[in-house]
Write a protein of this length. Structure first.
Lengths: 584, 299, 584, 299
């Protein structure tokens, strides 16, 4: 598969993320597919950060392995990333800033010195333009047409205009020219591709999907890697008609969302594991009161504060167990922005239909990585019916908010609707919503009523299973190895399967857009025929594997578990797969 | 999807316009509990204001006091301990055509809920917040509450409380509440007035309702209060003066003021939230069909 | 087995709990074994409450089935409880208060009218003495010697003296005399037994055990059914030398306990599921920072506020999943106050040795029921070593708080110790405790270090498994039916096995004093040979069964799951067991 | 049990008595961050007081500011977001021989941590609490904080903040703090004095440390403050007068006071907790060996 991997690294504050975004956007506008990884640390200035843009005419699902063009803004970047340069690769750097020992450059790769500071000084004595010069060189080496690249740069300044913007655009041209004079482009990925593509992160896709699903209220407390959901929604609050509230903490955020849902709008909250830990009690309240609610849980490396800017899939057990007692919930786990967009819509549909909380499990790698989306893959015109139903219940004209039904779902009225008042109660209650916990608990009739209410609620799990997406097999039915994975990890597995196919190995992948409730028969149908499985998860104990064993009895003797905070790389999956195929 | 939920049976016609009154659930409070006075005041004030029953939402947490929503016939949300305020904020923002009244206990509001209390006040979200302050944890059978007085012997403090009580009035003033009052459940009419004015106030209205727990608080009884309370209205207090309000908030001992401590005008959160200019959120169109420009960022 | 079941019921505020305690104490002082169930509602006055005292010369593990002597303080009690009267049973009531339709009295049972109000009026016109009269009658009918019973009554007033106490004591004698003149005692349980026994609830046993284990600090926020741990500890704070702090919420409570543990004392917090939900984030911090901590989670019927005064075992999944990311924990689950006392000691030992949080799972039924304990079953003289160790680490004299060791446990210093300063950090850190999350995350060397730290911590799970109590089989190795249970449910299972033995059915019971980590080989050794199993749990989904399937692959096709808030009754277990034995 | 943990190697002899200084970890704050001024003031004050390094515990939550404990050589606890105060209380009660200093951010302390803040103050537990108040969420890259001013445009409020900021000084006064001060990280010596006096204060000492975030708060910069601040000491403010302290707390605009707003004497929580009369808990005997009377309840 033709592809190009472009990487830029430096210190936090050096503008690496913005270099990366500009590159990524350029590739997307060329009509290439892209995956962009933004690797940073929990510090605002200094340290080491880097961005990798991987582009190809075909869809790419992960950051890929190694790099072709490396832009090192500091010596440390050279030190850390030179070993990843592939055949024909080139490192771009400014010898005025630091030197590179030629011996450190991998065989088959070269160095291109670009006097970024000197080029920048042409316009202003400050060093603010050096990145533009370096990026220009990158653009040339990556086969990005100059005008397109200059447009991307000037767009990155938003509505700002003025000489600084112009300087940047011109300085990029200087860098481009310098590279043209001294190097040659890597045109692997430059074969003309289709229409310009949309570029978005998983979080942006979730926010957009939520808005499309009719979400009118988002309450959130900042927490990496969920914060950018709020940022995007806040920036588009008026246009999308969504009230965005930064709450005083996560306890408030989820309760505000629950209140808003009760009050009559589709509502969401989003957080990471630490904040979700604070939402655990409220989740159960939503389950008990049967209030639709969407909660995005974007996982990061734990436990506790852990590695706040690194990825992990370590919170599945938490999501499964969250809340005292038992109530129905669903957990959706998209793996790519396109899926994330649709998962958000699905989450609202499930929450609404089954009147219970739905968790949308993401992680840093999905939430913050960039990927291309074809315009045709998302449809903004999602039908959004009014929530003001007419929930009469037939029996004696009396409105029973928690009426027993076949599905477990009862008609729900909204405040403001005349004659349909009810009290949402977190205590156990009867069909009317009146408490069982006080003067009725322990009385035989009501003891039985409590059991019925439990069954009514728990019964929804069956409906949730029917209504949600079953597990999926990708690849041939007959395969020597079946990967089992969920969430963002699927991306690298897809890329690894491609590599393995190149090596003549037939593999397939079974993954779980709905992690819970587990679709037991479908899971068994897909996995029981598997010759050999390889469970791939970004956590220590193989939490999906544990869940599947609980629900289906299936065991996964072969595992590739990773808990170092880094995303999976296709080649490490390939390596482990080959090991397993060799019977190791 | 679950079709039995969306099955719409032909409407039988909306019932007649009705104002808030008792529900068919009888209060379960102990005989003599102060909370009877508070609910009477709430009912009286709502009757006076003639707000249609379906436009009132009573929100509470957990505690004896927090059972209140069940005993009136409006909409209600009887949530979890300490979290009534953010639920109420969410309801209010979802539909600011509604009157959202929060009722709860001193433990619920000033203990576990203290953070939300403060933030709602600085926001000036339009809520009426009535705390049935009995200076004890009633429903959990008598532990110290944040307003229990120094030295009070309770189940959790058998040798007496050793921390200063929260002063809810001072706290509300410091947090920026725009309507700060104290009522006494032994004077229902006076409290009803405070509540009615609170409901009409444009902003966060806080009413500390002294509401003795006759079962677990043998110190701060109806009698104890009757010997001490006086009305700010009769003392010539000027509720527009923040400094004077702070001064009055310090009075807790021989004399205990009730009435309106402070009132100010400030835009509410709902006034300032631009998305709400188009009317109650619940009645606005939802979704982004056709809003192609939302994709501009991604191109 | 000779036994007597005495029940009193009325409204909240009628003094039922105090009647029950006085009865229970009397039996315990007679040297009988006792189980006392206090059934109440989430309301302070009114409604319906009742107490059952079951006494026998042999140990009884549950409230048993039915009742022999029923004291009905109101008509509702008669209505609800008359059907439970057994052969020879008698209902005591005051016809001045209400009437009983003789037709409602079960065949073989009788009614004894006791003019409690009239007897009480002899002393004072108020009705406050009526209970004393009724209790006196109960005492006679239950075979409790009058002087012993009078002592129990006067003790129940604590240090209070005066005419009210005297009146109560005398009025009890009047009731006793009335019963003697008009009825005959049930002497089933009155065979002279051993030494007077101690009577305590599960919570009291936990508090006492914690104090014995050296707990010096308890922070708690009131929540049924955990509150009485705080009440007992607060009442004995000075004598036990334990600082008891009622916190502003559960978040504060657990963080205070963690702070105190870091500061140098053994520390504990206790709560129920709702409060525990708020402790989830902190639990992970304790795991990450490797701070010893004991958390009592006394479950009640959920979800959410649920039935606050009713029992359930619905929080196991929550306890297993609590905290984002992964860290080691143990969950202990005693079933009886004697076990609870020892479990508390064990919890502190494990937390201390493995520097990680240990959960002590209780539930309302264990926490609040009364049971007798022989003085010899508990030893207050628990060795409590100083925590001020000398944690030098040998390598270059530098103190490494998180030094890699074989066990995963590293030497821990306490603030105040000179030269051994360290920072407890919830971010990922190196052996010194310095952050990896900031300027080092993502750098290959430190990526590897992070994995090592994860393994170091998770490795403690093996140690916890070795150090904690393995699953236990009670009863013969060869049995037709093997019960599988945990926590308070075990009590009724024990009693059910006794009944089944009487019916000639050989059963045994496998239970799990340590619910987590699962002792896999021991569990398999005990359960694989089982002919038939019956999983008995007080929850909807069979949470222990799910955990055991995850860890061992064992499945439990036969289940008795109960989620109505009521404790198990031996006979319902017997009935289900017989069904299973019949192959149903 | 785990024997490698309890393996006691022969001590190499305690190192010499040392006072607090820099650790071997270099601060990771942005160049120019206000927090450099705060840590300098903390170090300076501890040097002045000559407290042995092992008797100091620095406790923090999560945020840029909350990284502080790593940069000094004392004991420290870098816990989770918003929970520094209860951790510090626990440490203090476990060993009240220690000096427990809490350092954190405005989001950490006044946002998610607001409830603990208030309750610690009413308790008057002896802690020194320094909030590096930059009116922004720094570590999460620039959202509004509880002290962000009305109209401030941030990542979470692109159209400007629409709620009144928390006034930490007024809140502290209302909650019963007995030492309430404000410092400015542009005046390290002055702040060091406030901190030193706070550490010596018998009770809860709160210092609101204005500490500009040079990266994300372009509004409340060093310059912005320099143009506004004045010292209460030079303005003849009487810190024993609560009413006057409230008045000064309202000043935030053209003029912003720094210095000591209020100080009062009140017994600390530790003074009143009887179990602590026998000395620091960590040094008291543990267990109940032989205490047979504890079983009296059960007989
Ligand atoms: C998270 C959580 N913690 C604790 C409780 C237990 N609880 C129920 S009510 C209550 C306090 C009640 O006191 P207050 O709010 O003053 O109300 P009152 O009963 O006095 O009216 C507590 C602690 C709970 N339900 N949830
Ligand atoms: C429970 C939880 N929620 C959210 C976060 C994310 N978070 C980390 S720091 C921070 C706020 C930082 O602001 P502040 O306390 O003012 O400190 P500063 O960085 O400005 O010094 C937040 C929200 C977290 N770590 N934990
Ligand atoms: S316990 Fe107290 S607060 Fe609760 S209902 Fe009874 S009197 Fe009222
Ligand atoms: S982001 Fe702001 S608060 Fe954080 S280190 Fe940088 S300047 Fe300081
Ligand atoms: Mg109360
Ligand atoms: Mg800040």
């Amino acid at each position: 598969m033709p592809e190009i991997l472009v990487r830029a690294g430096g210190q936090a504050g050096d503008g690496i993320a913005s270099i990366g975004e500009t590159l990524a956007k350029s590739f997307a506008r060329m009509g290439l597919h892209l995956f962009g990884l933004n690797a940073y640390q929990s510090v605002i200035r200094g340290g080491h950060v880097w961005f990798q843009a991987r582009a190809s005419p075909e869809r790419v699902y992960s950051q890929g392995d190694g790099c072709d063009v490396l832009y090192a803004l500091d010596a440390n970047t050279a030190e850390v990333h030179l070993p990843t340069l592939r055949q024909g690769g080139v490192v771009v750097y400014d010898p005025e800033k630091f030197k590179i020992d030629p011996a450190r450059i991998p065989v088959g790769a070269t160095a291109l010195e670009v006097p970024t500071l000197a080029l920048a000084r042409k316009y202003t004595p400050q060093s603010i333009l050096q990145n533009a010069a370096g990026m220009g060189a990158l653009a040339y080496l990556s086969g990005i047409p100059l005008p397109l690249f200059q447009q991307a740069i000037s767009d990155s300044f938003g509505r700002k205009k003025g000489e600084v913007v112009d300087w940047n655009v011109q300085c990029a041209a200087d860098g481009y020219a310098h590279a043209k004079a001294n190097g040659s482009p890597n045109l692997h990925a430059a074969s003309p591709a289709g229409e310009p593509k949309l570029l978005m992160t998983g979080n942006q896709a979730i926010a957009l999907g939520a808005a499309a699903a009719g979400c009118k209220f988002l309450a959130q407390y900042p927490m990496t890697p969920a914060s950018t959901i709020m940022h995007w929604m806040a920036a588009h609050s008026r246009e999308a008609g969504v009230v965005v509230k930064q709450a005083e903490d996560e306890l408030a955020a989820i309760h505000m969302a629950i209140g808003a849902s009760y009050g009559g709008v589709r509502a969401m909250t989003a957080t990471s594991g630490g904040g979700f830990s604070l939402m655990v009690e409220a989740l159960g309240m939503a389950g008990m009161c049967e209030i639709p609610l969407v909660v995005v849980e974007s996982q990061r490396a734990g436990p506790s504060t852990g590695l706040p800017t690194k990825t992990e899939q370590g919170d599945l057990a938490l999501m499964l167990g969250a809340g005292q007692g038992e109530f129905p919930r669903a957990i959706l786990a998209p793996s790519h922005p396109v899926e994330a967009y649709h998962a958000a819509i699905q989450a609202f549909a499930l929450a609404e239909a089954w009147q219970t909380p739905v968790l949308l499990a993401s992680d840093l790698h999905l939430s913050e990585s960039y990927a291309t989306v074809d315009r045709s893959e998302i449809d903004l015109n999602v039908p959004v019916p009014s929530l003001y139903l007419n929930p009469t219940n037939g029996s004696a004209g009396e409105y029973l908010r928690y009426r027993y039904t076949e599905t477990g779902v009862s008609p729900r009225s909204l405040p403001g609707q005349r004659g349909l008042q009810w009290i949402a109660a977190s205590d156990e209650h009867d069909e009317k919503g009146h408490l069982i916990s006080d003067v009725r608990s322990g009385i035989p009739l009501w003891v039985e009523e409590r059991s019925k209410m439990m069954r009514k609620r728990m019964h929804k799990l069956e409906g949730l299973a029917l209504d949600s997406a079953p597990p999926v097999r990708e690849g041939p039915e007959a395969a020597d190895l079946t990967f089992v994975a969920w969430g963002s990890t699927i991306g690298a597995v897809r890329d690894a399967r491609e590599i393995l196919r190149g090596k003549g190995k037939a593999t397939n992948l079974v993954h779980f857009p709905t992690v819970y409730p587990v679709h037991v028969p479908q899971t068994l149908a897909l996995l029981e025929p598997a010759k050999r499985t390889l469970l791939v998860e970004a956590n220590y104990s193989g939490q999906l594997g544990r869940l599947l064993r609980t629900e289906t009895g299936l065991v996964f003797p072969n595992r590739l578990l990773k808990y170092d905070g880094e995303p999976f790389y296709p080649m490490e999956i390939v390596a482990r797969a080959l090991e397993v195929l060799r019977g190791g | 999807m679950a079709d039995s939920a969306s099955a719409t049976v032909a409407p039988t016609g909306p019932p007649l316009r009705m104002v808030v009154g008792k529900s068919d659930v009888k209060p379960t409070w102990c005989p003599g509990c102060g909370d009877y006075g508070v609910i009477a005041a709430v009912e009286m004030s709502l009757k006076k204001l003639q707000i249609p029953v379906e436009e009132v939402v009573l929100v509470s947490g957990i505690g004896c006091s927090s059972n209140l929503p069940h005993f009136l016939n409006s909409y209600g949300f009887h949530g979890i301990h300490g979290r009534s305020i953010p639920v109420a904020e969410g309801i209010r923002w979802a539909n600011h055509g509604l009157h959202v009244i929060v009722t709860g206990g001193d433990g619920d509001g000033f203990g576990i809920g203290a953070g939300h209390f403060i933030h709602a006040m600085r926001r000036n979200v339009k809520l009426t917040y009535i705390v049935m302050d009995n200076q004890i944890y009633g429903l959990t059978t008598g532990q110290a509450s944040p307003t229990s007085m120094m030295g009070h012997k309770t189940k959790s403090t058998p040798d007496g409380v050793i921390e200063n009580p929260i002063d809810p009035i001072a706290l509300a003033l410091a947090a920026g509440a725009t309507y700060v009052a104290r009522g006494f459940s032994g004077d229902v009419k006076h409290m009803a007035e405070l509540v009615a004015n609170g409901i009409q106030h444009k902003g966060f209205a806080f009413i500390d309702a002294l509401s003795p727990c006759v079962t677990y608080n043998k110190l701060n009884t109806f009698d104890w209060f009757r010997q001490r309370i006086y009305k700010l209205e009769s003392a010539g207090h000027d509720p527009s003066n923040l400094g004077k309000a702070y001064e009055r908030s310090l009075e807790w001992g021989e004399k205990i003021p009730i009435g309106l401590f402070y009132r100010a005008e400030r835009p509410t959160y709902e006034d300032l939230e631009e998305v709400l200019e188009a009317g109650p959120l619940a009645k606005q169109p939802a979704g982004i069909a056709g809003k192609e420009t939302l994709l501009d960022d991604f191109r």
